[in-house]
Write a protein that binds this ligand. Structure first.
Ligand SMILES: NC(=O)c1ccc[n+]([C@@H]2O[C@H](COP(=O)([O-])OP(=O)(O)OC[C@H]3O[C@@H](n4cnc5c(N)ncnc54)[C@H](O)[C@@H]3O)[C@@H](O)[C@H]2O)c1
Length: 247
C-alpha cells in the first residue's frame, strides 16, 4: 500500500451524493483533489467546504457526456497536479426509460457519462501511471453491472461495459503495477439518485453514503500487487477500514 498523504486524486461526480462523501474522506486522508461535476454551484460549495477543512482542491465544471469537454477536464487536472495516484470515475445518471420510449440522444448521453468518460479519463492518466509504475483506477459499478433491470436501456449496458473495461485495464496494468477495480455500494444509500429510484422499502433501510466512503482511502493507496481486476463491495471494505483504524 502507498502512503496517499499529499498525493493527488481525480474524482468525478463530487458535487453531491456518494461522490461528495468520497471527496470528503480523501480530503480527510490528506489527498489533493481534482473534482469534476456538471453542477457548478454545488461543486463550488463543496470545494469551499473542503478547503475550509484544510484540503487542497481544484474544482472543474464539466459535462462528462461530452468527449471534448472530458478530455479538456482531464488535461486541466493533469496540468495542475501531474499524474494522479488514483482516478475514481463515480459520476453517472440513471434514467429509467423503456426500449419503446428511449431516444437515441438520451441513450447516448447516459452511455457517454458512464463508459465514454471512463475510457477518456483512464486513457489520459494511463501513460503517467505506466511511467510511474504505480496507480489505482476505480469505476463505480452497480448491481446493474452484473444483471439487467427493466427500463435501464442505457445504465445497465454502460455499467456492464465499465466492468469489461476494468478487466482489460487490470490485465494491461498489472506489469506496470496499476490496480484497476470496480466497486459497488453493497448497501442501500441515501443519495439524490436513490431518492428518485428506490422503492419505499429500500428507502426505509438506506444509510448515509459517508458510511461507504472509507473504502476509497484504501483504494487510493492500492497497487496491482495488492488487488486488481476485482469488483469490490464498498460496505464490506469500509467496515474493514474502520476495524483497521480501531486496531
Ligand atoms: N445510489 C445508488 O443506490 C447506487 C447504487 C449502485 C451504484 N451507484 C453508483 O454510484 C455512483 C454515485 O451515485 P449517486 O447515487 O451518488 O448519484 P447522484 O446522482 O446522487 O450523484 C451523481 C453525481 O454525478 C454528477 N453528474 C451527473 N451527470 C454528470 C455529467 N454529465 N457530468 C459531470 N458530472 C455529472 C452529478 O451532478 C452528481 O454530483 C454512480 O456511479 C452510480 O451509478 C449508485
Amino acid at each position: 500500500m502507498i502512503d496517499i498523504k499529499g498525493k493527488a486524486a481525480i474524482l468525478t461526480g463530487a458535487a453531491e451524493g456518494w461522490g461528495y462523501q468520497i471527496a470528503k474522506a480523501l480530503v480527510g486522508a490528506g489527498m489533493k483533489l481534482a473534482l469534476m461535476d456538471v453542477q457548478a454551484e454545488k461543486l463550488r460549495r463543496a470545494a469551499e467546504e473542503f478547503k475550509a477543512m484544510g484540503g487542497e482542491c481544484l474544482p472543474i465544471v464539466v459535462d462528462l457526456a461530452s468527449a471534448e469537454a472530458t478530455q479538456a477536464a482531464a488535461e486541466e487536472a493533469l496540468a495542475y497536479y501531474g499524474t494522479p495516484r488514483v482516478l475514481i470515475h463515480n459520476a453517472a445518471v440513471l434514467k429509467e426509460v423503456s426500449m419503446l420510449d428511449v431516444t437515441f440522444d438520451n441513450w447516448r448521453r447516459e452511455m457517454n457519462i458512464i463508459i465514454q468518460a471512463a475510457f477518456i479519463l483512464s486513457k489520459a492518466v494511463w501513460p503517467g501511471m505506466v511511467g510511474a509504475k504505480s496507480g489505482s483506477i476505480v469505476f463505480i459499478s452497480s448491481g446493474s453491472g452484473i444483471k439487467g433491470f427493466v427500463k435501464e436501456t442505457a445504465y445497465t449496458p454502460a455499467k456492464h461495459a465499465q466492468e469489461g473495461l476494468m478487466k482489460v485495464l487490470a490485465m494491461e496494468g498489472e506489469p506496470f503495477n496499476i490496480a484497476v477495480n470496480t466497486i459497488t455500494p453493497g448497501i442501500a444509500i441515501n443519495t439524490p439518485m436513490s431518492a428518485s429510484h428506490y422503492t419505499p422499502e429500500q428507502q426505509a433501510r438506506w444509510v448515509d453514503p459517508a458510511m461507504i466512503a472509507p473504502a476509497f482511502v484504501y483504494l487510493a493507496g492500492l497497487d496491482a500487487k495488492t488487488t486488481t481486476g476485482h469488483r469490490l463491495d464498498a460496505w464490506q471494505l469500509s467496515e474493514a477500514v474502520r476495524v483497521g483504524q480501531k486496531t
